[in-house]
Design a protein around this ligand. Structure first.
Ligand code: FDA
Length: 299
């Protein structure tokens, strides 16, 4: 690990909350649903779609999952009430996946059913490798029962191309991303180039299978490679979308929108912003470095 990033990660818990908040404010819409609505409105006015993520994951008590469900149902109502161009992204560990997979299925189903009735799409984020298989199973079960649900596949996982083949009969709607958790070499590619190559291989497999794909990256090399793959196939604009995180690669985002590509921004919000920010930074110290660099640039 880069020593500067190590230092940043070690000192994170000592950083005063207001300072973390200042750094995080670019990447998190705020604490409340109103903050998120404002952020989505602004993105929509710029021609971007959004996906709302109520922060919180890895609940330690099943009773917390009722809160997760309520918060998502409120977000759903807000999307409709304010006419927002947004869908939902969920993390199954916030619905109790690591505590009680059966209860997680029930709780997630409440949100999925409500979203489907209202015509709002729900994307299941992919978390660390301890829950990959169970997450894919829940996606498969949900997809067999209903439309309006999608999954994420991580390009760093060696298994992901096999997962594309496994899911092909379901015509899945898949977001492809590099993957943010730290995973061992036995199951995950470690090099930048091999992750990029696998990202493209997954993307092309999905394009060729006729899947709708969310191309989730800020890596300009990958964006160019994805555009070339789209051009080679003559794919229509409604066969794919680019996806980016709030506050990241804003210039690239504007460029893609101005060229007429569909682009969705991931908008995290909620009371758990502090824990979320620290956890993300600890899980992937290179992002800590990027964020501090971004912060210094901004200063
Ligand atoms: P890379 O890491 O090479 O970054 C390219 C450039 O983008 C960097 O040089 C930097 O400038 C900038 N950048 C990237 N991330 C940044 C950040 N957080 N802050 C500041 N600058 C940043 N992962 C996962 O495991 N499961 C999931 O469900 C999702 N979901 C998801 C949704 C969406 C919409 C996006 C865009 C990403 C995810 N991810 C994710 C995260 C993803 O796996 C990956 O970690 C990040 O997108 C960074 O990878 P890039 O492809 O952007 O390349």
């Amino acid at each position: 690990m880069n020593p500067i990033n190590t230092l940043i990660v070690r000192t994170l818990p000592l950083v005063p909350r207001p300072l973390v908040r200042l750094v995080a404010s670019r990447y998190v819409a705020g604490e409340t649903l109103d903050d998120a609505i404002r952020a989505v409105r602004h993105l929509n006015s710029e021609g971007c779609m959004a996906t709302l993520d109520v922060l919180g994951e890895d609940v330690t008590n099943l009773s917390e999952t009722d809160e997760t469900v309520s918060e998502y149902l409120e977000a759903l109502e807000a999307i409709l009430a304010h006419g927002l161009d947004s869908n939902l992204s969920v993390k199954l560990t916030a619905y109790g996946l690591k505590l009680d997979p059966a209860r997680c299925r029930q709780q997630f189903r409440r949100v999925l059913d409500a979203a489907r009735e209202r015509g709002v799409f729900v994307r299941i984020d992919m978390e660390d490798s301890s829950v990959t298989e169970e997450t894919i199973r829940i996606f498969e079960e949900s997809r067999r029962q209903t439309g309006g649900v999608g999954l994420v596949l991580q390009a760093y996982l060696r298994r992901s191309r096999a997962d594309v083949a496994r899911l092909a009969p379901l015509s899945p709607n898949v977001r492809v991303c590099k993957g943010i958790y730290v995973e061992p070499a036995e199951i995950a590619f470690q090099g930048h180039e091999e992750i990029r190559d696998n990202f493209m291989a997954i993307l092309e497999d999905l394009f060729d299978a006729g899947s709708y794909v969310g191309i989730a990256t800020h890596d300009d090399v990958l964006v160019e490679r994805a555009l070339a793959a789209i051009g080679k196939r003559g794919l229509p604009r409604d066969a794919y979308e680019f996806q980016m995180l709030l506050g990241v690669a804003v210039h690239l985002r504007h460029r893609l929108v101005s060229e007429g590509h569909r682009l969705r921004v991931y908008v995290p919000f909620g009371r758990s912003w502090h824990a979320y920010s620290l956890r993300r930074l600890k899980e992937n110290p290179s992002i800590a470095g990027q964020i501090v660099k971004g912060f210094l640039r901004r200063g």
